[in-house]
Design a binder for this molecule. Structure first.
Ligand code: FES
Ligand SMILES: [Fe+2]
Length: 411
């Protein structure tokens, strides 16, 4: 079923490519500059988006085995993600139930966490194992002192968590079936080659760039080249969007050669040809696949709001289908990852920082998204819609979204 959907998208990309066209949005639309610069709005986005919607906290391969964990900070919430004994991933509030100190830092492998303040010990499934000097402390029911759990779901080799322990929003319904397409990457048995974190501008200024091919041959003329395509068709599943260039050509696996898909039987279209482009996961993930360094790889970018309205940070995970086994492949992968980091940090994010600073002058009231920039239009519409929705409406929005998809599938 989802392969059918991939084929459908590919046929549409080929048709548009052959006709030298792209799918255009209905209108040119504007977004108020204050949406990017207003501090109250930024706080609202952290509350209503980042603390309320499922977030992709880690690719599965970052926690490959039981006992693996990582601690992170998301919009001021300390989060601990572990892979438990039974192999399932679970996210917790990283805050000791005694007096709140985070129980874990950084990442590594541990089956238990001892809080560094008074020594209470928790298992990696969140259960309180032991309290220090229990006779002196007094009697407590340990079952009531487990680490607070966040709703967590692992799908398509990615781990989502909602940073609201009482969330009524089902993560699966939030994904709107998009996960079944992401499954085709096969990330669940890929390898995490490397990761790094870079600083960026306001989170939406940064995210706009992931939904935008229009800038590619201009901003990236020295890296991707001035002849690079600048058109994308957008495909949406709720707020999650894939963008891909309309063309009948795809790069052949592991080479620079271009494959003409129209000259091939559809059943022979390779899966990576069907997955090309950028896959974004609302509100903060972009996945782009690449060949380089001797194998199939993907850059998974995970974006979070920073300390102020003008800052964000992005963890880039460079995942590879196969762990490199020789130095030449490893060197190639290192070079590919360094190249991608440079493009994002020095071209996209440096531009975003200058752009954001100029907007903060307060002398422009709007920015514009053209008919060729439908992805950005849809993204900002969803941000607006979701920050206005109360919790009950939020669950309804995604329930009805899934109904629409089912109806469409049945037609
Ligand atoms: S705060 Fe953790 S043991 Fe006291
Ligand atoms: Fe870019």
């Amino acid at each position: 079923m989802s392969r059918q959907k991939l084929l459908e998208m590919t046929r549409s990309l080929i048709e548009h490519g052959a006709a030298d066209t792209m799918e255009l949005a209905d209108d040119v639309v504007s977004v108020p500059v204050s949406d990017y610069t207003d501090e109250a709005r930024y706080e609202l986005e952290k509350e209503k988006i980042f603390k309320r919607l499922p977030l992709m906290v880690a690719p599965s391969c970052e926690l490959p085995e039981p006992g693996c964990y990582k601690a992170m900070d998301i919009a001021g919430i300390p989060v601990l993600v572990t892979r438990q004994k039974d192999g399932t991933a679970q996210a917790f509030l990283n805050s000791c139930t005694h007096r709140g100190n985070p129980v874990a830092q950084g990442s590594g492998k541990a089956t238990r966490f001892t809080c560094g303040y008074h020594g209470w010990t928790f298992k990696n499934d969140g259960d309180l194992l032991a309290i220090a000097s229990p006779k002196d402390f007094g009697t407590v029911d340990k079952a009531l002192f487990c680490l607070k759990k966040f709703p967590t779901l692992e799908r398509a080799g990615l781990i989502w968590a909602t940073l609201d322990p009482d969330s009524q929003l089902d993560i699966e319904s939030y994904l709107c079936g998009y996960d079944s397409l992401l499954e085709h990457f096969g990330f669940d048995d890929w390898h995490l080659f490397d990761q790094r974190t870079i600083s960026g501008p306001n989170w939406k200024t940064a995210y706009d760039g992931y939904l935008d091919f229009y800038h590619l041959p201009v901003l990236h003329k020295d890296t991707f080249g001035a002849d690079f395509f600048n058109r994308a068709n957008f495909f949406a599943w709720g707020p999650h969007q894939r963008l891909s260039a309309p063309s009948k050509f795809v790069q052949k696996t592991g080479s620079d050669e271009q494959l003409d898909l129209t000259g091939m039987d559809e059943k022979d279209w390779p899966i990576d040809a069907l997955l090309q482009g950028v896959w974004t996961i609302f509100p903060h993930i972009s996945i782009a696949s690449f060949y380089g360094g001797g194998g199939r790889g993907a850059l998974i970018s995970q974006l979070f709001p920073g300390k102020t309205v003008s800052e964000s940070f992005t963890t880039q995970f460079y995942v590879m289908e196969h762990e490199p086994t020789d130095d030449a492949v490893r060197k190639g992968a290192d070079e590919q990852f360094a190249f991608l980091e440079t493009v994002v940090a020095e071209e996209d994010y440096e531009t975003g920082k200058r752009q954001h600073k100029a907007l903060q002058s307060g002398l422009m009231d709007k920015v514009w998204f053209g008919r060729n920039e439908g992805g950005g239009q849809i993204f900002h519409q969803w941000v607006d819609r979701l920050i206005k929705a109360d919790d009950a409406e939020l669950a309804e929005i995604f329930a009805s979204q899934n109904q629409d998809d089912q109806l469409e599938a049945a037609e």
